[in-house]
Design a binder for this molecule. Sequence first.
Ligand code: NAP
Length: 279
Amino acid sequence: MAVILDGKELARKIRQNLREEVDALKRRGILPKLAVILVGDDNASKIYVKNKSKACEEIGIDFEEYVLKEDIQMDELKNLINSLNEKKDIQGILLQCPLPPHLDVNEALKTIDPKKDVDGFNPLNVGKLSLGQDTFVSCTPYGIVKILEEYNIPIQGKHVVILGRSNIVGKPLIQCMLQKNATVTVCHSKTENIKEFTRQADILIVAIGKAKFVTMDMVKQGATVIDVGINRSEDGKLCGDVDFENVQKTASYITPVPGGVGPMTIAMLMSNIVKAAKN
Ligand code: NAP
């Protein structure tokens, strides 16, 4: 049976360390503050924002929420971002995605000051990551690296297979894994014979948003399996992109859903805010 990679516990430890760092910053007169912009009324987005606000509160980071109407125009959104860029007391800016379809998400992310871009989505920071320069690494890939490090799972020289090529998970993960000297394969919805690739993986990272897509026969004996997916199964329960019950019999290490990658994503956001405040 696989060892369960406990992202919840690791995230708790990281938040505890960050709280001490925030206390130290406060003693120097620096009060870290995050501004979150939420456009519209999407329920899932509201829950994500609430979880981020709770984590900020726990660590001692100030939190300001800007809720904009669904039909806001692009120039109004950019004006708000620009005004937050100017504010000296705000070190981190986060634009909760997805945005309503009439808004240009790339244009909006480009407007965020790269020094306050704690999600790591500004194209400048994306470019820096691919050049191996110091930057804000987007939170989910960053959290995955931390989990692998915590459990001393070797990455160098290993074959990492990533399912999914989204801008927020799959693509930045490629860079993170290359920097750790892995050999990286990326699969997506047009990949043929996907099982041929997944079965080669020493580390299989799955971020596609398809409940229990990865089955036991797709995983090499002894592999490490990282499940990023958040889905509802037919019985309404939260589940990942991996058939956890069966794959844990084949894998050496596996992340659960919930309690794996999810809590780490928020912990690494907090870490990026503290980094921004230190800068
Ligand atoms: P996304 O933007 O929808 O991208 C999905 C990716 O999966 C795309 O690259 C797509 O390929 C690929 N894909 C879809 N079906 C596939 C299939 N049958 N075989 C192979 N590849 C397939 O998703 P995302 O934002 O990266 O999120 C992925 C999942 O992770 C979702 O469940 C999301 O809720 C979850 N998530 C969790 C966290 C966390 O903190 N735990 C953070 C972010 C996301 P194409 O490019 O060809 O379309």
